[in-house]
Ligand binder design. Structure first.
Ligand code: URA
Length: 243
């Protein structure tokens, strides 16, 4: 890994803003390889040098991975001149790190969104060949028919293309049922268009799972938290149970 300024490394680890990190370093609270370093601009390699804060070794994390429970009405983007984005909702230390949503949810869709500054992770998760499945709960305008689940399984025909096989199950019946949909691709308005093609309409949509990673039920709408390593890996492998 390349050398970076000490104040930049500290602020990247949520120890404070760059200015706060500056103060911490100038106060003599930081050491590099055992020697106190008071220069915020001092360049060091966090992979090979040992950095300590107040005598405690710092394990520098290269990237940030967050799970957000996205609210409706917020754009899945980093910045937008006229609308509030998911990045605007993050606490300040997480907002300054080149973080972006890995994949998009529509403005009116809620639920599980991963935000990261790791382009490779996002690319791997979104690449069609990774086949990472996504699960959505959808509230529908009309009851499902007996033909809907088989049609989802064989690939719903959209105007321009056929979808990959998907799964549909009913969670709650009634005039406006709640259903669970599993898809393996993420085309524009995919779930909404699949139901439109079946003569139905999505009233509300919420993503609940990506690969083996489920939305943490303790995460309030609009909140985010860091992902544990095993949770991050679960996107590509099996499920992890929430503690
Ligand atoms: N499908 C949709 O239609 N919208 C989303 O936000 C995600 C999947």
């Amino acid at each position: 890994m390349k050398k970076e300024r000490l104040d930049k490394i500290l602020s990247s680890q949520n120890i404070g803003t760059r200015r706060e990190a500056d103060g911490i370093i100038r106060a003599g609270r930081v050491s590099v390889n055992g020697a106190v370093e008071r220069r915020p601009a001092f360049r060091t390699d966090a992979d090979t040098d040992s950095i300590a804060l107040d005598g405690a070794p710092l394990t520098v994390k290269r990237h940030l991975y967050l799970m957000m429970n996205k609210p409706s009405g917020v754009l899945s983007a980093s910045r937008d001149p006229s609308a509030r984005t998911v990045v605007d909702l993050l606490p300040r230390p997480w907002r300054r790190r080149g973080i972006f949503p890995a994949g998009r949810l529509d403005k009116d869709t809620e639920g599980l969104l991963i935000l990261t500054d790791d382009g490779n992770f996002a690319h791997r998760m979104l690449a069609p060949k990774s086949h990472v499945a996504k699960w959505y709960e959808a509230r529908l305008a009309s009851p499902v028919t007996d033909a809907d689940a088989p049609a989802f399984r064989s690939g719903v025909e959209l105007s321009d293309r056929a979808c990959l096989p998907a799964e549909l199950s009913v969670l709650e019946g009634g005039a406006e049922p709640l259903v669970l949909v599993k898809i393996r691709e993420g085309k524009y308005h995919q779930v909404k268009r699949m139901f439109l093609a079946r003569g139905n309409r999505v009233l509300a949509l919420r993503r609940v799972r990506i690969g083996g990673l489920e939305l943490d039920p303790r995460l309030g709408v609009g909140q985010a938290r860091e992902l544990e390593t095993r949770e991050r890996e679960a996107v590509f492998t099996g499920p992890v149970l929430q503690k």
